[in-house]
Design a protein around this ligand. Sequence first.
Ligand SMILES: [Zn+2]
Length: 195
Amino acid sequence: MVWNVIREKGQIVDWATLVWSSKVIPRHRFILWLALRGRLNTRDRILAYMDIQDANCLLCDGDTESIYHLFGSCPFVKSLWSKFTLALGFVQLPGSWDEIIVDARIKAKGNRFPANVFKCGFSAIVYRVWAERNARVFGRIRQKIDQTWNDIVFDCGAYIRTWRRVPKSERAWNICRDWKVAYEEITSFESYKGR
Ligand SMILES: [Zn+2]
């Protein structure tokens, strides 16, 4: 259908803005891109061409692993999404991956500080969930949700700390506190050399 092609193209353009935003940690881009396009090799996809014994989600051992489960209904990611929205002072994200994507495009719009932290955090979550899933596939040590969340805060905090000239506001102050970023450092007009 022509309409579907147009719609699909429109969505890709929207996602490109998010994926190529300078507020997304560069090493998170590729996984984010694949996740937004539903192209990650989740076990339901592998099952279509290969006989695998276990197609269950490795993060919760509940449902079959699909992109919708992994980034939407899985308790592991659900818990990360709620920590994320709490750390941004947003209301909860919707429950399904499709709806989360739609919502993410709205929340990531513009260049204000909360939207920028959203871009950074959103992609970090997608990246870390996929990384944790892979670690479990290869039998590496399992991380608890809190450890994964700490890694996300650490990565994003380090990245946000390189931003400058964030307008001062109570909202920005709160966000900085939750992402362990020095408020004075990023709201300053001077550059902090060597931190
Ligand atoms: Zn799961």
